[in-house]
Ligand binder design. Structure first.
Ligand SMILES: [Cu+2]
Length: 187
């Protein structure tokens, strides 16, 4: 009986989710393909999925699943949601997603307190890395924290580890230059 109850619970949760998954045949139906910055890259080095759900307290949360399979150096790399759905060039993704009223999108300022700040992804010696994290700072559904605002949003993966800037505003403390980018396609 207990098992049945749990399964029912999971089904209910699944039904209430806004699910966004990258699929080969539907590349623009939510989620993101990640490409290296710089040249014209047509082969993605990874994918990301986003799933919104509500906690028991009714707080909206977004599960982020990022998988990188090649192209990045071994070690930790900063990962954030940046302000604009533009990856060519990666600099045009602008600063860290941080909607108002007291927005500060400077990557190295107000860090790690931007709405779009996430954890580092650790790339292993085979070039593979997975980041699974949950944030309540953004939503996929409409509202003041929605990443699907007028100019959309993008993932940026940085060259260096995000130190989370314990000493305040220090240039490059959030990961420095940009290695990879992925436009987050609306649901
Ligand atoms: Cu960033």
């Amino acid at each position: 009986m207990i098992i049945n109850k749990n399964i029912l619970g999971l089904l209910l949760i699944a039904n209430s989710c806004l699910v966004s998954t990258v699929q080969a045949d539907e590349p623009k139906k939510g989620g993101a393909f990640i490409y290296l910055c710089g040249e014209e890259n047509t082969t993605p080095i990874g994918t990301a999925t986003l799933v919104e759900h509500s906690s028991e307290e009714g707080i909206k949360q977004v599960d982020v699943n990022l998988t990188i399979t090649s192209g990045l150096t071994a070690g930790k790399h900063g990962v954030h949601i940046h302000e604009a759905a533009v990856c060519t060039p990666c600099g045009d993704a602008k600063g860290h997603f941080d909607p108002g009223p007291e927005s500060n999108s400077n990557p190295d300022g107000n860090h790690p307190y931007h709405a779009g700040d996430l954890n580092n992804v650790n790339i292993d010696n085979n070039g593979i890395g997975v980041l699974q994290t949950t944030t309540s700072r953004v939503t996929l559904s409409a509202g003041p924290l929605s990443i699907f605002d007028e100019n959309g949003s993008a993932f940026i993966i940085h060259t260096n580890e995000d130190s989370y800037c314990p000493e305040g505003v220090v240039k490059g403390c959030a990961g420095g230059s940009r290695d990879a980018c992925g436009i987050i396609y609306p649901l």
